[in-house]
Design a protein around this ligand. Structure first.
Ligand code: GLY
Length: 569
């Protein structure tokens, strides 16, 4: 009944389009601010998805209804990462302060084995875990969005999915970025699928892309519910497709898939309480480790991205990623010492070996000893609703377009999340991340993730909801965005658009966004012994966040590295 309340009233609320305002802060220092709205906002990788999420909230829905709409609209308009064939993580804060998280990460199939990516000599078979049918994990996205919406949403699923189905039917206009990007994959799509697919043939900005098969899939899901994907006609078509390609996912795998409500990781950083995703994502623990290792240093007195600031953050990142590779995996399979990993005693001891005089060496930094882990292609969206609920959701196919396998009958790509497992201890995956025993492949296990959907509070009030794609750079991008707002008092817009750097223990390089750093800063770091790579990444992350301003209005940070856009009212 509540589902229909306020529909008419809310439909009358003025719907502001995207705009940029540039107010002055008290200290007269000009700042760039993103879109500002009073009540509600969605920031995502595509304007159509943000618009539909916002529309659902205008129709009386809350953040969880908007989540379902935004996630499916991203599957239509942002097929490199938006998905039905992947998985993700949700971190939320209800308006009463309750926080929680939902794990809808993909799982290894029942018949998966620890050595399935190794040849008879025990060597990793190139690309087997990242391209084609063996790369695919059992998808969790549809289960996840239904679980979240069923538990907390207000509207009927049919109302939420209606504008998404219409979008898939009528099509959307490709941006220049998107057309150029997708054209890069033409030959690999043809090679993996062995025939042209919807996304081959070459596109130019302004082309309209319709996905009629996806519209039909979404229509069945809208009519039949979550079971359509896991036991219904969609499940049958999906498993028949995978098995026809030689893959191992069965109907039994789909039937067995369940999303899991998990206790999120919570820690303090200065006066702020930060809540982020726990294992099987490494995001929350590593974000906590990095920020807590940075906390004792007065980086607010060092200049943003100065040599000293970059040293402290780099050394914290190095040490945290060393722990990540050793300790972290699916908590349903491995015991994770999260309390110790986040304790001040443990973390301060890890930073003992750091000196401003000389770079640490990753060969001398390893995981701690305690008794007893796109392509940037993942996507993140942040939502605050008119009721005061906030969500941070990161969802992925892993690499861009996942396994590159496109289920033409259903209109979506399948993930290659199996590559997030450690195929062989010590051998780097797609992101160059090294894994160990804790993240080995096992049947029905979730692969370790870096996704870091995060919510920030101060004085028990919502301050920020934030996250990003970026594979192994997700955690460090979120950490630096939080530092930009908390320590350098940046607007959400400036915080997400500031230059970023990344260190992940191995390889032992500080990777900086090309062309965005002072040559003198980089030279000084090199003189201190840091290896610098300013050629590897053109961009690092695409952070989308929402900042609650002092007058309770909402400021968008929509990363200008992509087509990311905010909508709200
Ligand atoms: N597939 C990227 C991640 O989960 O970290």
């Amino acid at each position: 009944m509540i589902k229909n309340i306020c529909l008419t009233f809310l439909a009358l609320i003025l719907f502001f389009n995207c705009s940029e305002t540039k107010p002055q802060l008290d200290n007269n220092k000009p700042v760039n601010r993103g879109l500002i709205t009073k009540k509600a906002m969605v920031v995502s990788a595509r304007q159509e998805a943000s618009k539909i999420g916002s529309l659902i909230m205008q129709q009386g829905g809350n953040a969880f209804d908007a989540m379902m709409a935004t996630e499916m609209a991203l599957a239509v308009t942002f097929p490199s990462a938006g998905n039905l064939g992947g998985g993700g993580f949700l971190v939320f804060r209800l308006n009463d302060g309750t926080k929680g998280s939902l794990d809808y990460r993909e799982k290894a199939p029942i018949s998966a084995t620890t050595h399935m990516y190794l040849d008879t000599l025990g060597e990793v078979i190139p690309h087997k875990s990242s391209i084609g049918p063996f790369a695919v994990g059992v998808p969790g996205t549809i289960a996840g969005i239904f679980e979240a919406q069923k538990t907390y949403g207000l509207l009927e699923v049919s109302q939420i999915l209606k504008p998404v189905i219409e979008l898939a039917q009528k099509g959307y206009i490709m941006t220049k970025n998107q057309a150029e990007y997708i054209n890069n994959f033409d030959s690999i799509f043809l090679a993996v699928n062995k025939k042209p697919i919807l996304y081959t043939g070459g596109f130019i900005a302004g082309d309209t892309l319709k996905n009629i098969k996806l519209a039909e899939t979404l229509k069945r899901i809208s009519e039949n519910g979550v079971n359509e994907f896991y036991t219904g006609k969609t499940a049958e078509l999906l498993t028949a497709f995978i098995q026809d390609k030689g893959g191992i996912i069965t109907l039994e795998d789909l039937k067995a898939y369940k999303p899991i409500w998990r206790e999120p990781i919570s820690f303090s950083y200065k006066d702020y309480k930060i809540t982020s995703m726990g294992p099987p994502s490494s995001g929350g623990i590593c974000l906590g480790q990095i920020l807590k290792m940075v906390e004792p240093y007065p980086i607010e007195t060092y200049t943003h991205n100065s040599v000293k600031t970059m040293q402290v953050i780099t050394e914290a990142e190095r040490r945290s990623y060393a722990d990540r590779s050793f300790f972290l995996g699916d908590p349903d399979f491995v015991k994770i010492p999260d309390t110790t990993l986040l304790s001040e005693a443990y973390l301060s001891q890890k930073m003992n070996s750091f000196s401003f005089e000389k770079a640490s060496s990753s060969s001398e930094v390893s995981h701690g000893f305690i008794n007893g882990y796109e392509s940037p292609e993942t996507t993140h969206y942040s939502i605050v609703d008119p009721f005061g609920n906030a969500i941070a959701v990161t969802t992925t196919l892993n690499a861009s377009y996942g396994s590159k396998l496109f289920v033409d009958e259903l209109g979506f790509f399948l993930n290659n999340e199996m590559d997030d497992f450690s195929s062989k201890p010590g051998v780097p995956n797609f992101y160059g991340l090294i894994g160990a025993e804790a993240n080995k492949v096992e049947p029905q296990k979730r692969m370790l993730s870096s996704m870091t959907p995060t919510i920030v509070e101060k004085d028990n009030k919502l301050v920020m909801t934030v996250g990003t794609p970026g594979g192994s750079t997700i955690i460090t991008s979120v950490a630096q965005t939080l530092i930009n707002v908390i320590d350098y008092n940046m607007s959400m817009h400036d915080a997400v658009n500031a230059p970023r750097f990344h260190h992940q223990w191995l390889p032992d390089y500080i990777r900086v966004e090309s062309g965005k750093y002072n040559a003198s800063t980089l030279k000084e770091l090199q003189n201190l012994g840091y290896n610098i790579d300013d050629t590897y990444y053109k961009t690092i992350g695409r952070v989308d966040g929402i900042l609650v301003l002092e007058d309770s209005s909402l400021e968008a940070g929509a990363d200008s590295r992509g087509d990311d856009t905010a909508y709200g009212f």
